[in-house]
Write a protein that binds this ligand. Sequence first.
Ligand SMILES: CC(C)(COP(=O)(O)OP(=O)(O)OC[C@H]1O[C@@H](n2cnc3c(N)ncnc32)[C@H](O)[C@@H]1OP(=O)(O)O)[C@@H](O)C(=O)NCCC(=O)NCCS
Length: 429
Amino acid sequence: MNNSRIDFLREAAPYIHKHRGKIFVIAFAGEVIENEKFSQLIKDIAILSALGTQIVLVHGARPQVDRHLQALDHDIQVVDDMRVTDSVTLQTAKEAIGALRVEIENQLSHALSMPPVVNESLGVLSGNFITAQPLGIHNGTDFQHTGTVRKINAKLIKQLTAAGSIVLLSSLGFSPSGEAFNLRYEDVASFAAKSLQADKLIFIHADAATPTLDIDLQQLDSFIEANPEQSRLLNHIKAAMNDGVERVHLVSTETKDGLLLEIYTRDGIGTMFNASQYENIRQAKIEDVSGIIDVIEPLELKGALIKRSREQLELEIDKFSVIERDGKIIACAALYLIANTNMGELACLAVHPDYKGGERGDRLLKRISQEAMNRKLSQLLVLTTQSIDWFKERGFEPGEVEDLPDQKKALYNFQRKSKILLKELLIKT
Ligand SMILES: CC(C)(COP(=O)(O)OP(=O)(O)OC[C@H]1O[C@@H](n2cnc3c(N)ncnc32)[C@H](O)[C@@H]1OP(=O)(O)O)[C@@H](O)C(=O)NCCC(=O)NCCS
């Protein structure tokens, strides 16, 4: 086994531990089922399950239903991004969804019984977990058998996933009076994630990948504007976040091994949406200087950070990123470019002691790494006295004074004896 595989195992180990017993809702569009990479995706989902993550799958069926309707020469009616489900469309949806369900169950059962999984206690279950209600009449359009989710049997689903089963939900629901309704799979997924208090909601799509980024609720509108081809799904994600789903991930089938890389690597590979209503990570502004001082001063006094004057912070504010919570700065980090090198220095990474333990250091490290990669830098340097292991656990390797570029060597403070740590960055081509 070569080193990169061992490194992957080291990087993945804490995440395997962290995700064990957590509920993930993984939703994929009907297009994904038709994608040539679908069977690999199913195998990766089986691995996630075998590693102890509790999984609820939600599948779409839009292209399949459309194709059936076209074959019948029946009108496809969509109003305000919502299908109007007449009785022919409902019957078609039942048939298409039934066939897809069997196909997914078949592939998943096979994957769960084959190496490297081979776990007979795992299985896939689908059933009547969703109570639906009619969408009704809106602006004069009667949506007929199109419904919305009213309730999901979270208790039963939790019992099943806790016992190791994968639960498969489709975009059909039934009213208490026994009427069937056609639902949007995105709504089923969001509702399930919320009712189950899922740790993650992951949407898999078959379009081009969106950037590897961490997006806050506050940044979501500009992200939707910048990615118009994904606006439909992104608007669903926005609604889910506004509705209380904390973490949403977006992964493309176009990204090789995307699901496992997103879940088990520190930097991830897809786009992650963080729905804290109160916090946002952003570029620092001159008005943030006092807030940054409040965060870093106690750490300067402890010797964890070198002293920076207010004037210096004002001059260098454009190098800083901050996390703001309810108008207060609670964490910061800076990226310094080192002239004539492809190395950047991560400095002044600090989380206010009241807010430690919430992966904010990780979020800032990810943001600074991303910024460095955008600037085509290939190495990140950090000088630290008291957070050595924190960085080592995040892929930094010890370096020597000789590894520093000349201008940094000249400034190296031998009295402070900071540890020199370096991390290679993946350059995107
Ligand atoms: C490094 C730092 C930013 C991490 O803050 P954070 O994201 O809130 O970290 P958390 O509290 O969530 O800790 C995450 C994990 O790292 C560990 N950890 C936290 N600080 C650590 C440190 N200084 N050294 C080693 N491990 C540390 C925690 O124990 C925790 O481990 P666990 O997941 O096994 O429980 C924060 O400790 C800090 O502000 N340090 C002082 C400033 C500093 O030294 N900066 C680096 C120089 S630029």
